[in-house]
Write a protein that binds this ligand. Structure first.
Ligand code: ZN
Length: 340
């Protein structure tokens, strides 16, 4: 079937698990109750995707407080007690952990989650991980003192995790690299190589997600500085087209990305963001269909996967569910038009 739908990764959590509409919201349960609560939340996230008609599903990232720091919390060589304030993606300040010694994966991080998700569904499943450059950008490095060196260390760690996720049943492994829209010179110098190292040896589909961020104020303010056309993808896509990564997830709904840039990804699967995650208005299926149709001028239907612009974790749950349904319905509209 063509135009199979998927999501960038995250969905809102139930209000009994973490405070709604909040990034980095602390857990409201602890111990065994928290473990059970996370599994129940994964069941609900899966049920929402299945009932909406999403084809390639995720765990909704229900077991993570944050898409980068939850992974880093499971590493050795990082101090979480004495945090430092850094500027994330040149945009906003955050208190982040400090790299104080050689980094290593202390234990599998999301492998049990994916094993659980695999046991709950017959659909294809996607697992998401932070990308090496975005990890480097979300902490303070007091040990390697080289973004490139630290990224390569993280890539090796991510590769260990990714291989185990594949064995646990992941059909797609996606690395989230919003930093690829900010540090264009570093992407060319070492970012793509680090990404490929993270994905090395995987036989499942590999993906990279490159977006303009959640709909938080710092990101909205940043987007205002980017001008009438967002051309960040123009320098990254030719590099990704030559890489071993199979799929690229990007932002198209309500964005100022010139769609002709998608042609630079020739040969790759393109996960077209057809749902805006930065507002609380549920798209009409016809709007989603219009975004998909517009990108079909540059991406062949057999390479096109309708998706969300980014994660939906900061949205109210009923809005996110409405957006899932709109995504599936919009893709179905286009499928009927092209007769598949
Ligand atoms: Zn994103």
């Amino acid at each position: 079937m063509l135009l199979q739908t998927t999501i960038a990764g995250s969905l809102p959590k139930p209000a009994w698990l973490a405070e709604p509409k909040k990034l980095w919201a602390p857990w409201l349960l602890e111990g065994e109750l928290l473990d059970e609560g996370k599994r129940d939340a994964m069941r609900l996230a899966l049920a929402d995707q299945e009932s909406a008609g999403i084809d390639i599903v995720t765990d909704g990232e229900q077991t993570r407080r944050h898409f980068v720091t939850t992974f880093i919390e499971n590493l050795e060589g990082v101090d979480f007690r004495n945090k430092r304030t850094v500027r994330i993606r040149n945009r906003y300040d955050a208190d982040v952990p400090v790299v104080v010694g050689k980094v290593a994966r202390a234990r599998p991080v999301y492998v049990e989650d994916i094993r659980f998700l695999r046991s709950q569904t017959k659909r294809r499943i996607k697992s998401t991980l932070p990308g090496p450059m975005t990890m480097v950008d979300t902490l303070y490095d007091n040990h390697y003192r080289s973004r490139e060196k630290l990224a390569r260390e993280f890539a090796a760690i991510l590769n260990q995790e990714a291989r185990e996720l594949e064995r646990a049943g992941a059909d797609v492994i996606q690395f989230d690299e919003p930093a690829f829209n900010v540090y264009m010179d570093e992407v060319a110098a070492w970012g793509i190589e680090a990404l490929e190292a993270a994905a090395a040896g995987l036989k499942c589909k590999t993906a990279v997600h490159i977006c303009y961020g959640y709909g938080i104020k710092a990101n909205i303010d940043w987007k205002k500085t980017l001008g009438s056309e967002w051309r960040q993808y123009e320098s990254t896509f030719p590099l990704l087209a030559r890489s071993m990564i199979d799929q690229v997830s990007l932002e198209c709904a309500n964005s100022r990305v010139p769609l002709e840039l998608l042609a630079l990804l020739e040969g790759k699967d393109v996960l077209v963001g057809a749902i805006d995650v930065a507002n609380e208005t549920v798209e009409r299926p016809e709007q989603v269909a219009a975004t998909i149709r517009a990108t079909m001028k540059f991406v062949p239907a057999e390479k096109l996967y309708p998706c969300t612009n980014c994660g939906m974790v900061p949205l109210p749950r009923e809005i996110a569910l409405g957006k899932l349904r709109a995504l599936a319905s919009g893709a179905a509209l286009v499928r009927r038009e092209i007769g598949v």
